[in-house]
Design a protein around this ligand. Sequence first.
Ligand SMILES: [Mg+2]
Length: 299
Amino acid sequence: MKPNERFLIIINPVGRAGYALKQGIWLLNRLHRMDVQHEAFVTKQPGHAERLVGQWIDRADVVVAVGGDGTVNEVINGMMNSGADGKRFAVFPAGTANDFARDVGIPLSPNAALQTMLGGKESKIDLLKVDGRYVAVTFGIGIDAEVAYKSFHSKRLRELAYWYNTFALLLKTSPPVSRLSIQMDNRQIEGEFLLTVVGNAGRYAKYVRILPDARMDDGIVNLVTIQTWSRLKGFLLGLLTLVGKHTLASGVSTASARELVIRCNQDVYAQMDGEAVMFQKGKELRVCVEPLALEVRTA
Ligand SMILES: [Mg+2]
């Protein structure tokens, strides 16, 4: 740890059905005993983490998100919108999936996460900007978002609900599709997609390596689209994504670009770092990369 470094700790108490609050208390006890300068806040509702960061970032050198990917997303937006220059971001993973932590190389065990937060390496990463909002891992349109939306209400069973809803949707006779036009560099693709994911990193929903080629520091946004399929193919493809081999299947296309524009040709479900949002027909979403925009403490 650098001498006199000040930490701003943002705890999402509902992360992983209350596990994040327990982890947050454990962390604060440790910081107190180690005499680390810190201020801590517990969030009250969605959007609060972002506002707290905006309010208190001036008094901190390192901002720490205690929670999962939703908390990471809010804290990053708070940092970027209030000037992250010279500030570092750290994560104390306490969510269900912890995709960001896994992708960027932050250990999940509390002791190792604490050591990383206090004295890890500093790595610069890209952030995606989608429709004016920062995204750290993935932005998706289609069934992933519908699943996130439907699983949101079952807190304790969130992970189970996630898989239940995924396979329930994949096995429907006519799975829901989103009509989109995607414009990137010099090409355009248009069609009906079961799933469209743009991302900064490979993993989402813990086990799924949806964008196996994505890197967090290459200045590039990766894209995968999956077109509608039969039930059996849907099931097999679902399994292939677990090992990152789905990109070899027909109906699956990948691309990479510096910037792209997605036009929604109908109302769509979308997710940004796992948080569900909806966009209306006619909406144009600009996706770009802010290269090496954030400095992160990693192992
Ligand atoms: Mg990249």
